[in-house]
Design a protein around this ligand. Structure first.
Ligand SMILES: [Zn+2]
Length: 304
């Protein structure tokens, strides 16, 4: 399996247009040891065809900046190595990029039935994906049931969460609650190599820990360093846990939770611009590295 990290920041990216936190200010002033990041986006492949995990608001530039993901040279007409998209949530940061893919390209979008309904019945903007027959075809995915994309076997793992704020309470009550958010396990059939993609993790469990310990590469929710990170900054607002993100540090944080796992590659993705681990000279960055975690960055590639 080849995996490309096309974007590694949380919603808003790093720096974020309206943010004057210490990280955002210093990176704009070029007084920061660390990288700017676009919004979280992965692409996976076992050969020439590529599949996107979610569709970020930065998708157009993310595809253009990678030579494997642009149309092949010599193709006389429209073509793309992107064959499909697997959606893990209806969050704006995960679905907005679908609108970048509207240029009459045949694509398959894999999503739970509830996500499919939100995007096709509630939001007329997404009708641009259906201007032509055979443009985008939707494939329903079932929780805990594996499906194949090329040589890869994907398993959608339900995670207890809720629908984004833009989905009304009345609408949410008509949808299946457990379909709001999934994590993904992707296994290559021939080699048995496995990766896990969990950019939003609102709760930890022993089951999940056991599952992750059997993977070769784990992409884990690295949104916030501490639970009250945004409250400290703004003086008000919601905690990381209230926003559906277990923080990295502290008791019950993901650093402690996965720190003791053996020989797997552990990486943080979906890193918020306020997170001190972005600063490569910070103590927090050093603590994450010492615990055996790496930060993902845009343009990074893994091969399993
Ligand atoms: Zn900021």
């Amino acid at each position: 399996v080849r995996v490309k990290v096309l974007g590694s920041a949380a919603g808003g990216g790093f720096p974020q247009w309206n943010c004057a936190c210490s990280n955002c200010t210093r990176i704009r002033q070029k007084k920061f040891r660390g990288r700017a990041r676009t919004q979280t986006q992965l692409a996976i492949s076992t050969g020439k065809d590529w599949f996107l995990l979610d569709a970020s608001p930065d998708l157009r530039l993310q595809l253009e900046s990678d030579r494997d993901l642009v149309p092949r040279r010599g193709s006389s007409k429209r073509s793309s190595p992107i064959m499909g998209v697997i959606l893990t949530s209806a969050d704006v940061d995960r679905v907005l990029g679908l609108l970048h893919l509207r240029e009459f390209q045949p694509l398959t979008v894999y999503a739970t039935e509830s996500l499919h309904r939100i995007l096709t019945e509630d939001n007329s903007l997404f009708r641009v994906l259906h201007r032509e027959t055979n443009q985008v075809s939707w494939k329903s995915i079932t929780l805990d049931k594996s499906f194949k994309i090329g040589e890869l076997r994907c398993t959608p793992i339900p995670i207890k969460s809720s629908y984004p704020d833009y989905v009304s309470a009345a609408r949410a009550s008509e949808l299946v609650a457990s379909e709001a958010l999934i994590g993904l396990e992707v296994e290559e059939a021939s080699s048995g190599k496995k990766l896990a993609y969990f950019p939003s993790l609102p709760a930890l469990s022993d089951d999940l820990r056991t599952r992750l310990s059997a993977c070769d590469l784990v992409f884990l929710d690295g949104t916030f360093w501490q639970d009250d990170e945004l409250i400290r900054l703004r003086g008000t607002g919601r905690s990381a846990r209230e926003m559906g993100h277990i923080p990295i540090s502290g008791e019950g944080g993901t650093l402690e939770w996965l720190g003791a796992l053996g020989d797997i590659k552990r990486t943080y993705i979906h890193i918020n611009n306020t997170n001190p681990i972005l600063d490569e000279e910070s103590d927090e960055h050093a603590r994450v590295s010492a615990a055996g975690f790496a930060l993902t960055h845009d343009g990074q590639e893994f091969e399993l």
